[in-house]
Design a binder for this molecule. Structure first.
Ligand SMILES: [Zn+2]
Length: 96
């Protein structure tokens, strides 16, 4: 048996993700276009599968940030880090 794993861009809900723009001019996750695939359900299989998807992500221009993985489109947007930090601050405030 296998488990479906898909990377979703952490910036996908922020304005800089280009929600209303056309494909290729917006976040990969708006088009379900992130690294994805079936991985073996065993613990070792999942870890190996996720590592392979991380390699694919980097090859496709994704970046790992302290907020999580972001797609190449979002990584090129000037406001992305400010928006991700604001989102994190809101989550921290809501949790306290
Ligand atoms: Zn994105």
């Amino acid at each position: 048996m296998s488990i479906w794993v898909e990377f979703r861009c952490e910036n996908r809900c922020n304005p800089s993700s280009g929600t209303n723009k056309r494909e290729r001019d917006r976040c990969d996750s708006h088009d379900n276009n992130g690294p994805q695939g079936l991985v073996d359900e065993s613990r070792d299989g999942m870890l190996a599968g996720i590592r392979a998807l991380e390699v694919e992500a980097r090859d496709d221009g994704w970046s790992r940030t302290k907020y999580g993985w972001i797609c190449g489109y979002c990584a090129s947007q000037p406001m992305v880090m400010a928006e991700l930090e604001a989102e994190r601050q809101q989550a921290l405030a809501a949790a306290s």
